[in-house]
Design a binder for this molecule. Sequence first.
Ligand code: GLU
Length: 560
Amino acid sequence: MTEEERIELADLLFPGIDKTPDDYEKIYPERDLPKGAVVTRLGPSPTGFIHLGNLYGAFVDERLAHQSGGKFYLRIEDTDDKRFVEGATELIIKSLGFFGIDFDEGANADGESGEYGPYTQSLRGDIYKAYAKKLILDGTAYPCFMTEDEIAAVRAQQDGSKLTPGIYGEYSKCREWTLDQIKEALSEGRPYVVRLRSSGNPPEIYQAKGEDQPKIKVIDGIRGMLEVPENFQDVVILKTTGIPTYHFAHVVDDHLMRTTHVIRGEEWLSSLPIHLELFYKLGLRRPVYCHTAQLMKLDENGNKRKLSKREDPELSLAFYMDQGYHPDAVREYLLTVLNSNYEEWRAKNPDAPATDFPFKTKKMSSSGTLFDLNKLNDISKDVLLKKPASELYDFLRSWSETQAPEYAEVFSDREYLEKILDLGRSGKKPRKDLVYARQIMEFISYFFDDMFKREDEIPEEVSREDAKEILKRYLDTYDHSDDQQVWFEKIRTITGDMGYAVRPKDFKNEPDKYKGHVGHVSTVIRIALMGRTDSPDMWEIQQILGEERVRARIESCMNQ
Ligand code: GLU
């Protein structure tokens, strides 16, 4: 086609598109940021499912931008209308906000903010068209009217001849169409897509010549130097609806929003050649790509496998919100997963804010990031241990309000709950009982009469009659003002008087002489009070429960 013909074609395809890429360059100028500042974005699709990978990527984005004095923005990638779910954007913002991910600009709860918008792809239609128009003018894109049947036939032919599948070179029926052919198809109202006219060649061409397929060198921020094959597919850049594909939209957007680093999952690595060619054809400088590794888990048999949406609830961010993981714990955990030297740094800087850690993409794994819920739980215990009870109270309360209103009553007495939360947390060997909200509610349930239930059985060493007698004697001698020593002395007295060994060792040595030992006797009391055999310090628990509740529980157990 001649230049005049291309101009005519461009106007025919994009009649109302008056702005050019040059105009957009002026509307969205280079950002005025300090040297070395990194600009990142999170580009989730509003599918209604926000997963750990989004958060994982968001942490990297956030760290890279903010530790370099750059910017981090949220872009909603809603070009795939089939996957769109109502309310999904709000869910994304809310979920990421819960984990402390705050954006400097982009889509937000009230719409959007920032100078580089719109930040929702469906609102950027004219911008994509302006860039597609430029490619038509340059002759590096063309309208393609191939029907699905025609494409399937090409595919079948390629499969039959063992050729690389796809629409490229001679397999693209419309690649060399004249302006008249195109005009005729347009006048018939035939649907069309816009395809890139790739300059690459399929591997068969090189094989026939006995040459290696050319490779493009590109430095990945995480993986280092990569060599990727050149693209040769005439990929679709605008669909029949005029909506851009991910390939095209992200290139235009990341350029105009002046993104310096694109952090995305490794599933995009295979389409990197397409993106490199698109940047090249548009004459734009490409960002630094950082392809993160897949999130994996160890299955029951100790094999590494990809986390799957269907099998692993922990892939969804909703899981962490529902369970009530503290955002700081999740953040701390993700940092240990994200940077191999984080744990070492944390050991040296136990109290420093995580933001002091110098995060580096080079320290990220490129081959399957192992996600381990048990490790998250361990980290969470340490993180919660450092939180004052009043802060934990606030956290649990707001969790309950949104995720578990059935626990509302637990929050009616702040002082009581704070004492409970602080139980056993001081001293040299503090207990690490608290992991996440739902577990905490279960753990402390016996402090609340409505939730209290006797879960465990009395030890087999103690007969029913003895158990009743132990509880009777305990109640008779109970004095709420006894200190811990006096209190325990009374239990020892009951123990000895009833034919149990005061020292567990004696029972072990002479099992026939005793019915059991002091541990069995205390367990009976423990079950009466807490309903379980395992709990923090019983005396301290009684002090929190208060005399009235202690007496009532012993009595009710005696009368069972
Ligand atoms: N919308 C893409 C996704 O949800 C984003 C990929 C990217 O960050 O470039 O997977």
